[in-house]
Design a protein around this ligand. Structure first.
Ligand code: FDA
Length: 570
């Protein structure tokens, strides 16, 4: 049964999908449908509560995918969280609004993406943003900014929460970061991130609620008559226009199960845009017959476009935690972040690490190629890893992020490696779209990733033990001196890191924007290679990890994609 006919059908009303829906429906002659598996969550306290990070985990709005057992980390699986709601993962995330380092966006251009660099992306970051200038009180608490790099008229409200931790805590934390030689940065979103600061978040200060994609991009335009939203509707696959005389295959809609469980189709006259997230969009491509012919063949799916890189190149980061007891109780929102370069973490050992990693690149490439069953290419991976290596060791972009959260009689640190080399994959495991996928991020597959995480865990211990905190921090709760003594070897640290890590939930690159011979799935307009009218617009297309958190960059990419779509048709 057909639900209707539209110019554009968007699969997934998430972070990126709602940007596309908003921008395309600005033209009242353009009809747009959004199909979203989840429901509206504007009244869900687990979503709206500004300080409520984690409340939504494990509830009905968390897909909580499960990874394959992680061979390089004790064979345990990991829970991979993602939002199932209008607004997608922006409804359950940590709210951080942090972009990227200019050099790493510039690196995209070396991957066959002409015109994609920091300079050309910056206008789209701004276009998406409505920066709420901090109040005097917030400035007194230690917020700083450069309004020139922010947008002030876009849909997405950013800024600082109302209840900030005060000046005294800020001075304490600033002195702590400074003890490791890290400079203060006034503005974290101008493309140069090394240093520490209080970072902005996605928040509606007036309503004192989380600002997510639904609130920013859908609520204000929900009454447009050319925009239809289908919630609780799960897309299985796209349908092909068998009558098309176009030399490149065209799709003409999607198949989905509606809120009542009925099987339906919906027609797209112009394009289908996949915005189902990095752990879904590649699967929808595969179910539709776009992917590796080997994998599709195994599951009896007819190959429409042989595109072996669909679902490859999966990259994520790993998070660790350090917890300390404290004689002081701090209240209010803590938003302290430090971005450390390789030299900040490894000091005099940086030179040796550089040599070791450079000498390992061929072997890193070989491991990744082997793990991909030969889908990825040795020479290509060497090239990609050389670019990756140079970002770390030549450009010295941040490799580690450390957040400090002073709380009730405790001081928590969380940290993660920003630029792991390890790569994995995501693929379908049957021809039934309700079967969970095989998701393997291959955490700690390559030894730089572990070394980086150990170096950062040690830096956390140094921060906690700094002079600045000695009157406040009273003991180490985790990892704890029993399991990781002060003079612990790297082997002992490695065990502690692997025993307690979690996914950082920054999955990317499963339908990467790159030249096709480098392993790309979409071109610079985010059109899928070999198909006339399908785009992927979400975290799947990000080819290399970013130092910031993902949404800021995803909103910018989606703004730019919407413009590319408009350019094609108007
Ligand atoms: P997103 O997940 O937003 O959207 C996909 C949508 O498609 C979802 O609504 C989903 O329900 C829907 N969908 C999936 N399959 C479907 C199907 N078959 N049919 C129909 N609909 C379907 N980033 C940041 O900037 N700051 C932060 O603090 C954090 N913190 C953080 C914490 C946690 C716990 C997580 C999980 C993630 C973060 N992130 C983050 C990451 C960031 O939030 C995330 O990368 C983006 O929101 C992803 O945006 P996408 O548009 O790619 O997918």
């Amino acid at each position: 049964e057909s639900a209707g006919v539209y110019d554009f059908v968007i699969v997934g009303g998430g972070t990126a999908g709602l940007v596309i829906a908003n921008r395309l429906s600005e033209n009242s002659y353009t009809s747009v449908a959004v199909i979203e598996a989840g429901d509206l969550v504007f009244d869900n306290k687990n979503v709206t509560t500004v300080d409520g990070y984690g409340l939504a985990f494990g509830t009905e709005i968390d897909w909580q995918y499960e990874s394959a057992p992680q061979a390089y980390a004790g064979n345990k699986t990991q829970t991979l969280r993602a939002g199932k709601a209008l607004g997608g993962t922006s409804t359950i995330n940590g709210l951080a609004y942090l972009r990227a380092q200019a050099a790493q966006i510039n690196a995209w251009e070396h991957l066959g993406n002409d015109g994609w660099n920091w300079e050309s992306l910056l206008p789209y970051y701004k276009q998406s943003e409505h920066f709420q200038i901090p109040t005097e009180q917030q400035c007194a608490a230690g917020t700083t900014y450069d309004v020139a790099v922010h947008g002030t008229t876009g849909p997405l409200k950013t800024g600082w929460p109302n209840a900030l931790q005060g000046k005294d805590v800020t001075s304490l934390i600033n002195a702590t970061y400074t003890s490791l030689g890290l400079p203060y940065i006034e503005e974290a979103n101008d493309g140069s991130m090394r240093g520490f600061t209080r970072y902005p978040v996605t928040v509606d200060q007036g309503l004192n609620v989380r600002e997510d994609a639904g609130r920013a991009y859908y609520l204000p335009i929900q009454n447009r008559t050319n925009l239809d939203l289908y919630t609780n509707s799960f897309v299985q696959r796209m349908t092909w226009d068998e009558a098309s005389t176009n030399s490149t295959p065209r799709v003409n809609g999607v198949m989905y199960t509606d809120a009542s469980g009925k099987q339906r189709t919906i027609t797209a006259k112009k394009e289908v845009i996949l915005s189902a997230g990095a752990l879904r969009s590649p699967l929808i491509l595969e179910y539709s017959g776009i992917g590796s012919s080997d994998i599709l063949g195994q599951h009896g799916i007819k190959v429409k476009v042989d595109l072996p890189f669909v679902g490859e190149n999966l990259q994520d980061q790993t998070t660790g935690a350090g917890a300390y007891s404290s004689n002081t109780s701090f209240s209010g929102t803590a938003d302290y972040v430090g971005y450390f370069s390789v030299a900040d973490i490894f000091g005099n050992d940086t030179y040796d690490l550089n040599c070791t990693v450079r000498d390992s690149l061929l072997q890193y490439a070989a491991s990744v190629v082997e793990a991909s069953n030969g889908v990825l290419d040795q020479k290509v991976m060497e090239k990609l890893f050389m670019i990756h290596h140079d970002l770390i060791f030549k450009d010295q972009i941040p490799i580690s992020e450390i957040l400090v959260t002073p709380g009730e009689n405790r001081m928590d640190f969380s940290y993660w490696g920003l630029l792991p080399f390890s790569r994995g994959s995501i693929h379908i495991q049957s021809n039934d779209s309700t079967t969970p996928a095989a998701i393997n991020p291959n955490y700690f597959q390559l030894d730089y990733d572990l070394k980086q995480q150990i170096g950062t865990a040690k830096a956390v211990r140094k921060l906690a033990g700094s002079d600045a905190l000695c009157d406040v921090v009273t003991g180490e709760l985790s990892p704890g001196l029993q399991s990781v003594p002060l003079n612990a070897s790297d082997e002992v640290w490695a065990q502690a890191v692997k025993d307690s890590y979690r996914s950082n939930y920054h999955y990317i690159s499963t339908a990467a924007m790159m030249a096709q011979d480098l392993g790309g799935v979409v071109d610079t307009n985010l059109l899928v290679y070999g198909v006339d009218n399908v785009r992927v617009v979400d975290a799947s297309v990000i080819p290399f990890q970013v130092c910031g958190h993902l949404t800021a960059t995803i909103y910018a990419i989606a703004e730019r994609a919407a413009e590319a779509i408009k350019n094609r048709y108007y």
